[in-house]
Design a protein around this ligand. Structure first.
Ligand code: NAD
Ligand code: MG
Length: 390
């Protein structure tokens, strides 16, 4: 059977790699809709020409009009704005929606897809961080599959033996440690965006690259794992493993640990999410253990990288706190990338936002959207009013 895919975030790192997987199986996958912000318009145009999707969504109305003039036809419709994004996510023809937008902007279209009964291949971890309870409730209610694309979660998903779920002791998420793992605290203070963007093992979008450098990415993944696998926070471990060969592990009560290994290539977890429950043969580079040599493990340094602890704390407090954590982090990362704050200001801004925020025990979607918005405004204000120490 042919699988019809709606690809949200088609011009990003995950989007491009998803299309590479699709290219390997042209008879088995079809792209029916794509959505992107429109910041890489030439790439989007190439994708429209190559994949001939029925629906294309871009953020600005102006870009949509221009694309409509060039590519619009009775076979291809161009839409814009949030309504357009939702239309791309719920398109009738799609069996599976790849959620690969970056940030909490992915929440609304992903929820719309779930509520329309679509299976989800989830890369967009911020959706689960900001609204985990809501998303998981809807997944259960609609009986759809939420298949992890994040390599750690795909690894855990594959190491969970269904008949032994009740004997899982803990989940062990591996972290590369990012490009700044061995920097001293004082060196971290003067790190430039370019240095922080240079990930040793993965080539990714800017936001997740900075998150990897602060270890916030691992923190977001802890919260993602909590929701995906229903695991208490004190049973989610993080270990730094710089080679990124073990993608994560599951520890069982009898002392057995199952690990998922492979060459660090996001196309592997993307393909598994798209072909699940099957495994299809591909031509990706295979892992050569003798070339790797050794696998090493370290404790994460929470003094240098406090974002990981902030995420654990926000996750344990629950309620609206992960929404605050995520929103403040998105703003802080953006400010760092624009050269407005220093690297170590990122966790400081997140901590300030968490301190200042109130609690909502069981937030509704409206609560989440409202707090996401107000946290963004307040985090920008903290900076512009000079409320963080230089
Ligand atoms: P990216 O920045 O490279 O791409 C983001 C994509 O989303 C782009 O196509 C962009 O146009 C689109 N987009 C952004 N905002 C949008 C909006 N408001 N409306 C419509 N489209 C919008 O990001 P990425 O690295 O591909 O990451 C995407 C998601 O996958 C993130 O949540 C990230 O944490 C997660 N993820 C990425 C990787 C990776 O290797 N890149 C690995 C694991 C998880
Ligand atoms: Mg990951």
């Amino acid at each position: 059977m042919q699988k019809n895919i709606s690809l949200l975030g088609s011009t990003g790192s995950i989007g491009i790699q998803t299309l590479q997987v699709v290219d390997m199986f042209p008879d088995r996958f079809k792209i029916v809709s794509i959505a992107a912000s429109g910041s890489k318009i030439e790439l989007l145009e190439e994708q429209i020409i190559k994949y001939k999707p029925k629906l294309v969504s871009v953020t600005s109305e102006e870009s949509a009009k221009r694309l409509q003039t060039k590519y619009g036809s009775k076979h291809t419709k161009i839409v814009s704005g949030l309504d357009g994004l939702i239309e791309a996510a719920v398109i009738d023809d799609a069996n599976i929606v790849v959620a690969a937008i970056s940030g909490a902007a992915g929440l609304i279209p992903t929820l719309a897809a779930i509520n329309n009964g679509k299976d989800i291949a989830l890369a967009n971890k911020e959706t689960l961080v900001t609204a985990g309870s809501l998303v998981m409730n809807n997944v259960k209610l609609k009986g759809v599959r939420l298949l992890p694309v994040d390599s750690e979660h795909s690894a855990v998903f594959q190491c969970v033996v269904p008949e032994h779920v009740n004997t899982i002791e803990s989940i062990i998420l591996t972290a590369s440690g990012g490009p700044l793992k061995d920097h001293s605290l004082s060196r971290l203070d003067s790190v430039t965006p370019n240095e922080a963007l240079k990930h040793p093992n993965w080539s990714m979008g800017n936001k997740i690259s900075i998150d990897s450098a602060t270890l916030m990415n691992k923190g977001l993944e802890v919260i993602e794992a909590h929701w995906l696998f229903g695991m208490a926070y004190n049973r989610i471990e993080v270990v730094v493993h710089p080679q990124s060969i073990i993608h994560s592990m599951v520890r069982y009560k009898d002392g057995s640990i199952l690990a998922h290994l492979g060459f660090p290539d996001m196309r592997i977890p993307i393909q598994y999410a798209l072909t699940y429950p099957e495994r299809w043969e591909n031509k990706f580079k295979q892992l050569d253990f003798t070339a790797v040599g050794s696998l090493t493990f370290e404790k994460p340094d929470l003094r240098k990288f406090p974002s990981l602890q902030l995420a654990y704390d926000a996750g344990i407090e629950g309620g609206i706190k992960p929404t605050v954590l995520n929103a403040a982090n998105e703003v802080a990362v953006e400010m760092f990338l624009r050269g407005k704050i220093r690297f170590l200001h990122i966790p400081m801004l997140v901590e300030k936002a968490l301190e200042k925020s109130g609690q909502i025990a069981d937030p509704s979607l409206e609560d989440i959207l409202e707090v996401d918005k107000s946290t963004r405004i307040e985090t920008e204000n903290v900076f512009s009013k000079g409320l963080i120490n230089e």
